[in-house]
Ligand binder design. Structure first.
Ligand code: PRP
Length: 215
């Protein structure tokens, strides 16, 4: 039996990804999501899961430690990793946006300060429109930056819009919409073709049948 190693982004995608895989019989022990173990086999022993930070999913897959992974398009665009991306998944839907305080005024010096966890995406976005920016890289809670005067605006993900709302920010531009993707290591795609094609085709069937992670 060929065992596949699948890297899963911890956090907002994790339970939806596991729920999706669960629909074709990949099940983990009951305590898998609450446990602190970061590498877990499914009940059949056919799959091993690595739970890693979203930005590290591409690293594990690109280096072949994981054969495939589930990660947001936002992370892929930020990382520009050399991996195959055979499938969009119906989970993790959100938008990458520019957001600013509802009462924001131009800062008067022409260079917009942008706080973000996505410096490449932000640089590319403002670069394409010839807007000079100073990028301020943060690791999280970026909504605080314009509220406290560290930045004029943010480039960040919006899912429900609640974090923006509760911090007095509004969307001023949408950059792209994002969802989770299945990514595959190039060598694994050749060496473990049967196992990977089985996984890809099963996921495709589920998606065609309108699978929802909570179905
Ligand atoms: C993400 C994102 C926003 C928030 C948006 O952060 O960076 O802050 O979720 O979600 P909402 O529109 O549903 O409110 P995450 O929860 O991953 O935490 P972080 O800010 O610490 O990175």
């Amino acid at each position: 039996m060929t065992r596949l190693t699948i890297a899963i982004a911890k956090g907002r995608l994790q339970s939806d990804a596991l729920a999706l895989l669960n629909q074709f019989g990949i099940t983990l022990s009951d305590d898998a999501e609450t446990s602190r173990r970061l590498s877990i086999e499914d009940r059949s022993g056919e799959y091993r899961f690595l739970f890693v930070k979203p930005a590290d999913v591409t690293v594990y897959v690109e280096h072949g430690i994981a054969d495939c992974g589930i990660v947001g398009r936002d992370v892929l665009l930020e990382a520009s990793a050399d991996v195959l991306q055979p499938l969009d998944l119906p989970i993790g839907r959100c938008r990458m946006v520019v957001a600013a305080p509802a009462d924001a005024k131009a800062n008067g010096h022409g260079i917009v300060k942008v706080a973000t966890k996505y410096p490449r995406i932000a640089t590319r976005h403002f670069g394409e429109r010839g807007q000079p920016v100073e990028i301020i890289s943060l690791s999280g809670s970026v909504e605080l930056a314009p509220v406290l005067g560290l930045a004029d605006c943010i480039v960040d993900l919006v899912e429900t819009g609640r974090t923006l709302r509760e911090n007095g920010l509004i969307v001023t531009e949408e950059i792209f919409s994002s969802a989770a993707r299945l990514i595959v290591n190039r060598a694994s795609y050749q060496l473990k073709a049967n196992a990977l094609l089985k996984l890809i085709n099963l996921l495709k069937d589920l998606i065609a049948k309108g699978a929802k992670p909570d179905a």
